[in-house]
Design a binder for this molecule. Structure first.
Ligand SMILES: [Zn+2]
Length: 649
C-alpha cells in the first residue's frame, strides 16, 4: 500500500485550504438551527456508497480498538457475527478504507484469505460454502493511518488546552474509514460492543451502557455495550481526559433515565448547566412520540473538537453545547436513530424531524417568543431561494444531502404545515403510529412509510401534499384581495403564483388574521384553486388584515389589498334600502379609467352589465324594474372587485 502514500499526500494538500474554510461554522445563534451533520464529508465529491453485496445479515459487532488520541492512528479487531441469507456463499465483503491495513482475518477462529480492494472493499474468502441461516463469526485485525483528517471524516484528532482528543464521525459515508462494516442502509446491527484501550490518562465514551472500565498497567479499557439495532454510521467513540458526571432525569415515579456527560474538565460546569435543560425537552418528546426509546441504557454527550453535533445513538458527540443543538441531537434519538432513513434521499425523515422537534421545544416552553422567532427564521431561510426540494435529488453531493435550507428547514416546516392541514390529533397520532410500527421501529424507513401512516391516521389522501412539498420545489406567492361587506361578512380572493414551475399549485390552509377594536381572529382559508373566493361570516368591523401572521405556512406575500382602499373603487351607495320609484346613487373619488358595473340577484341572475367611466365620480341607477329583494352590485376594475349589497323594497 505504500504506492498510495503519494496519492494521500496529494489529496491532503489539495483540500487542506478548502477544509479550513468549510469547517468554520458559526453554530450557536438565535438566528438559525445549528447542525453540522455534514460533518464527515466536506467534499462535494465524497460519494462513497457501500460496495457490500446484500448477501448476509449482520447480527453483532464487537469492536476492540486501541486509541492514543495523541496519535493519528487506529488499531483494532472487529468481530462480526452474521447469518448468510443467500445460498452458496463462500465469500463476504466489508466496507473498509484501502488506507487501513488488514493484518489477518479469522473465521470461526481459523485464519482465512482476504483481499483489500482499491474501492475500499474487503473481500474475505471462506474454506467452504456457508450454510444459509447459520450463525458465523469473522474477525478482522487491522491498523493504520485513516484517510485524511478533517476532510473525509471518520476518525479524527485534535486537542483542547494542549490535551489530545480523538473522535469518530461517520455520517454518511465514513464509517469504513475507521472500521470494517456494512455501510449501506439496509441492515441494522442488532447489537454492538465498543471496547477502547487508551493510555490511562484518558477514557472513552461510546454507545450504550458502560459495562466495565478497568486499568491495566498504563492502559485503561472502557467497555461499552449497546443492545438496540443500530446502523454503522451511528456507532462512535470519543477519547480524551474526560471528566465524567452522571445524573438522573425522572420521567415518572417509576421511570428515570441515566444521563452521562463526558466533557473536558475545564468545560464540565458549563456542560452540566446546558445538559439539565433537557428537563424541558424530555417531557415533550416522551409525551408526543413515546418514552425515550433507549430507556434500558442511557443518554449522554461526549465532547469533541468539531463544529456542531452528531446524534450517535445514546451518546451524541458535541462540538458545542447550546439549547437548540442539545434539543436537535436529543430529538434524533427518536427520529434518525429509532427510525432511520432508508436512503440518503430520505434524510429529511431524520433531519426535518429533528429540526421540527427543536422548534416544538420552543413552542412547548416559550410559545409567545422563541417559537415565533424560530418559525419566522425557517420561512425566511426557505424562501430565500425560489427552488429546491426536500427530497434529495443528488446523493452524490454531500452538501445537497445536508442542505440546511431544504433538508432541515423546509423538512421541518413541511411537517408543521402537515400539522396545520391535519390538525394536532391526527398529526401526532400518525407520527406515533409511524415510529411504533413494529415493521419500522428500530428499522429503516422511507417517505412512503411516513406518508402511509399519516394518511391512515387522517383518512386523507396526501399524495398531493407530498408531491408538492417533498418532491416538488419552491413555495407559493400570494396576491390577496379582501373587503368587508355591508353585513360585516368578509370577502377574500386568493391568487397564487408558485415560485418554481415543478408545482402548478400548492393546496394549503392559508391563515388570515383579522384585527378589530384591538382584538384579532385568525381564519384559515382552505385554498384549493387559483383565484378562489371566500366569504366568511363576521360580526365586527375589521380594521386590518394580516397574512400568515405567525409564519405557519411557507409562503411569501406579493400583495394584500383592501378593495375598499383602492381609490378607483371607493364608492358609496345610497339610499339603501331603496324604495320603488327611487334611484340608487353611486359615487366615488374620480380617477382615470373605466370599470365594469354589473347587477345581479342573490341567485346569480344578471340584470345589467355596463361600462362605467370612473372619471365622472358618480352615476345613477334606476331600479324601478327590479322586484323587491336583495341584489348585488359588482364593480370590477382589472382584477379588483368590490361587491355591494342593496335591498329593494
Ligand atoms: Zn441532525
Amino acid at each position: 500500500m505504500k504506492k498510495y502514500i503519494f496519492y494521500i499526500l496529494f489529496l491532503f494538500l489539495t483540500f487542506q485550504t478548502n477544509a479550513q474554510q468549510l469547517t468554520m461554522y458559526d453554530l450557536e445563534g438565535l438566528e438559525e438551527i445549528i447542525c453540522s451533520e455534514v460533518k464527515s464529508s466536506l467534499l462535494s465529491t465524497g460519494y462513497q456508497p457501500s460496495i457490500v453485496p446484500h448477501t448476509y445479515d449482520v447480527i453483532n459487532h464487537v469492536l476492540s480498538l486501541e486509541v492514543d488520541p495523541s496519535q493519528f492512528y487506529i488499531k483494532g479487531a472487529v468481530q462480526t457475527g452474521f447469518i448468510p441469507f443467500t445460498s452458496g456463499l463462500n465469500e463476504i465483503y466489508f466496507d473498509l478504507s484501502f488506507n487501513l491495513t488488514v493484518d489477518s482475518v479469522l473465521f470461526q477462529n481459523q485464519s482465512v484469505s482476504f483481499t483489500q480492494l482499491a474501492n475500499d472493499g474487503l473481500k474475505i474468502e471462506f474454506p467452504y460454502t456457508l450454510n444459509i441461516s447459520q450463525y458465523y463469526e469473522v474477525s478482522v485485525f487491522y491498523q493504520g493511518v485513516p484517510p485524511m483528517p478533517s476532510v473525509l471524516g471518520g476518525f479524527d484528532t485534535s486537542s483542547h488546552q494542549g490535551i489530545p482528543v480523538a473522535w469518530t464521525l461517520s455520517q454518511p459515508y465514513a464509517a469504513k474509514y475507521w472500521w470494517p462494516c456494512k455501510q449501506s442502509l439496509n441492515d441494522k446491527i442488532d447489537s454492538v460492543e465498543v471496547i477502547v484501550k487508551t493510555p490511562v490518562a484518558y477514557r472513552a465514551g461510546s454507545n450504550g451502557v458502560l459495562v466495565d472500565e478497568t486499568v491495566s498497567g498504563t492502559f485503561r479499557i472502557s467497555h461499552w455495550k449497546h443492545r438496540y439495532p443500530i446502523p454503522a454510521y451511528l456507532v462512535a467513540f470519543a477519547v480524551s481526559n474526560y471528566d465524567v458526571q452522571t445524573y438522573y432525569i425522572n420521567f415518572s415515579p417509576t421511570d428515570s433515565l441515566l444521563i452521562m456527560e463526558y466533557a473536558y474538565p475545564e468545560d464540565m460546569s458549563f456542560v452540566l448547566t446546558e445538559s439539565v435543560k433537557m428537563n424541558q425537552m424530555f417531557p415533550l418528546f416522551n409525551d408526543k412520540f413515546g418514552i425515550y426509546p433507549f430507556m434500558d441504557e442511557k443518554y449522554g454527550h461526549m465532547q469533541c473538537e468539531f463544529g456542531g453535533g452528531m446524534e450517535h445513538t445514546t451518546m451524541s458527540s458535541m462540538g458545542v453545547y447550546g439549547y437548540e443543538i442539545i434539543a436537535h441531537e436529543l430529538a434524533h434519538q427518536w427520529f434518525g436513530n429509532t427510525v432511520t432513513c432508508k436512503t440518503w434521499d430520505d434524510i429529511w425523515l431524520n433531519e426535518g424531524f429533528a429540526t421540527y422537534l427543536t422548534g416544538m421545544v420552543y413552542e412547548y416552553n416559550t410559545p409567545d417568543l422563541w417559537w415565533l422567532v424560530w418559525k419566522k427564521n425557517q420561512v425566511n431561510n426557505i424562501t430565500s431561494q425560489p427552488g429546491g426540494s426536500v427530497w434529495v435529488d443528488d446523493t452524490t453531493n454531500i452538501w445537497r444531502i445536508f442542505d440546511g435550507r431544504l433538508t432541515y428547514a423546509k423538512g421541518a416546516m413541511v411537517l408543521h404545515m402537515l400539522r396545520m392541514t391535519l390538525g394536532d390529533d391526527d398529526f401526532f397520532q400518525g407520527i406515533y403510529n409511524y415510529i411504533h410500527d413494529p415493521l419500522l421501529r428500530f428499522n429503516y424507513v422511507s417517505t412512503a412509510d411516513f406518508k402511509q401512516h399519516m394518511e391512515a391516521a387522517s383518512g386523507m389522501n396526501l399524495t398531493y401534499y407530498f408531491n408538492d412539498w417533498i418532491y416538488g420545489q419552491g413555495f407559493p406567492y400570494y396576491d390577496i384581495q379582501w373587503t368587508q361587506n355591508p353585513d360585516l361578512s368578509l370577502y377574500f380572493k386568493l391568487n397564487q403564483t408558485p415560485s418554481h414551475p415543478s408545482v402548478s399549485f400548492f393546496e394549503l390552509p392559508v391563515p388570515m388574521q383579522c384585527w378589530y377594536a384591538g382584538n384579532d381572529t385568525i381564519f384559515w382559508l382552505w385554498n384549493t384553486q387559483n383565484g378562489e373566493e371566500f366569504t366568511i361570516s363576521f360580526n365586527h368591523p375589521v380594521d386590518s388584515v394580516v397574512f400568515n401572521p405567525f409564519n405557519d405556512i411557507v409562503a411569501k406575500l406579493s400583495s394584500l389589498n383592501n378593495l375598499d382602499n383602492q381609490p378607483e373603487t371607493i364608492f358609496q351607495l345610497s339610499p339603501n334600502p331603496v324604495g320603488g320609484g327611487e334611484t340608487i346613487r353611486l359615487s366615488w373619488m374620480p380617477v382615470c379609467g373605466v370599470a365594469q358595473l354589473a347587477c345581479s340577484d342573490m341567485h346569480g341572475k344578471s340584470y345589467f352589465n355596463k361600462e362605467l367611466d370612473l372619471s365622472v365620480g358618480q352615476t345613477a341607477i334606476l331600479v324601478d324594474e327590479l322586484n323587491a329583494g336583495v341584489y348585488l352590485l359588482r364593480l370590477q376594475t382589472g382584477d379588483k372587485v368590490v361587491v355591494r349589497k342593496f335591498i329593494k323594497h
